[in-house]
Design a protein around this ligand. Structure first.
Ligand SMILES: *[C@@H]1O[C@H](CO)[C@@H](O)[C@H](O)[C@H]1NC(C)=O
Ligand SMILES: *[C@@H]1O[C@H](CO)[C@@H](O)[C@H](O)[C@H]1NC(C)=O
Ligand SMILES: *[C@@H]1O[C@H](CO)[C@@H](O)[C@H](O)[C@H]1NC(C)=O
Ligand SMILES: *[C@@H]1O[C@H](CO)[C@@H](O)[C@H](O)[C@H]1NC(C)=O
Ligand SMILES: *[C@@H]1O[C@H](CO)[C@@H](O)[C@H](O)[C@H]1NC(C)=O
Length: 289
């Protein structure tokens, strides 16, 4: 509660669409009776996530080849990462997009968190539907003025589609309804991001992996005193962490490791730097209060 003043600041800093939160939905003639306005999930509106662990960083990196080969007839794929860290207050997540080489046609593009991870064969269809723990379904489309009424996984619904003709997408958005706390339905650390054409064809997809931070039993192997946990098991069939480099001992120092290694490590360290930037940014905002 004491940090509740921080979020509006972070939100205000992050973009224009948030300002629209106060505006009234125009299309709904009588929102009080008929659910024709913003959709509400069967389980209600999405709830703000409040216990997202500090220092934990998840990242999804697109593979070298797309799922829909027609998107890149000359080879290649979307390049880059989507990085997620907890807001410094623990409330909600800050997503940082760093995408390049977007498809030239087929926009505006959409991007969503999907329920399941991508299997090893890269089959984006196998990621199933959008992450939708409040059972809201896709229609009507997300009203970004009321993000709590959107599917938690409908990131482009909440942050905006990417227009065609734009080859890069670099942006940072706060999302109060996603989570890096294992056990919640809105937890996406064991799931995937899918990049779609406007016609919904899945162009490419990538799994989130934990690249920084230790939460208890992060590998699903060392389950210590978890008897107090009441939620569903965090260790599903998906292997959460693959071969990602992790910082030495759980601290989020932005200093890059000196171990000689390939490009994976440099991605890791630039990620840590950018994550540290986001955290510093949030911390600076807290100081303003
Ligand atoms: C869901 O949020 C919308 C928009 O803020 C609101 O109109 C509606 O009453 C909420 N529904 C519930 C069940 O809280
Ligand atoms: C979807 O759009 C892409 C890009 O315009 C196109 O190549 C593809 O054939 C379309 N798929 C369907 C099912 O219409
Ligand atoms: C991809 O996954 C879908 C959904 O699980 C499945 O129907 C399809 O057969 C899979 N395709 C391949 C090539 O594995
Ligand atoms: C992902 O984690 C959530 C919450 O811990 C869990 O409910 C879900 O079953 C997991 N999904 C997969 C595919 O492992
Ligand atoms: C997960 O990792 C374990 C140990 O490396 C391996 O035995 C298992 O087959 C993996 N499961 C999947 C679904 O990849």
């Amino acid at each position: 509660m004491r940090t509740s003043g921080v979020l509006p600041l972070v939100l205000a800093a992050a973009g224009t669409q948030v300002a629209a939160q106060t505006s009234v939905s125009v299309g709904a003639p009588s929102a009080s009776i008929v659910p024709a306005g913003p959709a509400t999930g069967k389980l209600g509106n999405a709830t703000v996530t409040t216990k997202n662990p500090q220092g934990v960083v998840y990242q999804a990196t697109f593979p070298d080849t797309p799922f829909f080969k027609g998107a890149y007839p000359d080879g290649g794929n979307i390049k880059g990462t989507l990085t997620a860290v907890a807001n410094p207050s623990g409330q909600g997540i800050i997503f940082t997009f760093n995408w390049k080489n977007l498809p030239k046609k087929g926009g505006p593009f959409m991007y969503h968190l999907h329920v399941d991870p991508v299997p090893e064969n890269g089959n984006c269809t196998a990621t199933l539907a959008h992450l939708d723990p409040f059972i809201r379904f896709e229609d009507p489309v997300c009203d970004k003025a009321h993000p709590e009424t959107c599917q938690t996984g409908d990131l482009s619904g909440k942050f905006g589609d990417i227009p065609e003709g734009q080859t890069e997408f670099s942006a940072t958005f706060p999302d109060l309804y996603s989570s890096t706390e294992e056990g919640l339905g809105s937890f996406f650390g064991n799931r995937s991001i899918v990049f779609h054409y406007a016609n919904k064809t899945r162009v490419s997809c990538a799994n989130f992996v934990k690249v920084a931070g230790d939460s208890h039993g992060g590998h699903g192997a060392s389950e210590s005193p978890c008897s107090t946990a009441t939620g569903p098991h965090a260790t599903g069939h998906a292997n959460l962490t693959t071969t990602t480099s992790r910082p030495a001992s759980g601290t989020s120092t932005p200093a890059p490791t000196t171990t000689p290694s390939g490009p994976a490590l440099s991605i890791g360290s630039s990620l840590q730097a950018s994550a540290a930037g986001v955290i510093a940014f949030g911390a600076a905002l807290m100081f303003l209060l």
